[in-house]
Design a protein around this ligand. Structure first.
Ligand code: DGP
Length: 108
C-alpha cells in the first residue's frame, strides 16, 4: 500500500487541514513555503494523467475550500502536481501541492 493510502487509513499520522468523504488535505512533511499542503483523493489514483474527470472536478472544489480555509484566496497561491518520472513525482498517489502564505519566486 502506498504512503498516502496509509495516511488515509490512519496508519501514518498527519496534520489534517480539511477532510471530507472523498478527499484529504494535510501538511507536507517537508514544507517548501510558509503554507505547504498536500491534497489527495482518498481512493488511490497514481497521478493526474489517470484521474477521472468527474473526480478531478470534485477535487477542484475541495482544493478551493482548502484555499479558503487557510486564508490564501486574497493574496494568491500556487498549485503543483508532479506526474511520473520526468515530472519528479516521488509519491505515486495523485496529490496537489498548495503553496502560499508568502511571496513565491517565479518558476517558469
Ligand atoms: P512529489 O515529489 O510531488 O511526489 O511530492 C511528495 C511530497 O510528499 C513531498 O513534498 C514530501 C511529502 N511526503 C512524503 N512522505 C510524507 C509523509 O509521510 N507525510 C507527509 N505529510 N508528507 C509526506
Amino acid at each position: 500500500m502506498c504512503i498516502f493510502c496509509k495516511i488515509v487509513k490512519g496508519e501514518i499520522p498527519n496534520k489534517t487541514i480539511l477532510e471530507d468523504e472523498n478527499f484529504l488535505a494535510f501538511e507536507d512533511i517537508n514544507p517548501q513555503a510558509k503554507i505547504h499542503i498536500l491534497i489527495i483523493p482518498k481512493t488511490h489514483v497514481d497521478n493526474f494523467d489517470l484521474i477521472a474527470p468527474k473526480l478531478m472536478g470534485e477535487m477542484t472544489a475541495f482544493i478551493q475550500k482548502v484555499a479558503s480555509k487557510v486564508g490564501v484566496k486574497n493574496d494568491g497561491y500556487r498549485l503543483v502536481t508532479n506526474i511520473g518520472k520526468n515530472g519528479a513525482q516521488e509519491v505515486n498517489h495523485i496529490h496537489f501541492h498548495l503553496l502560499g502564505g508568502e511571496q513565491l519566486g517565479s518558476i517558469l
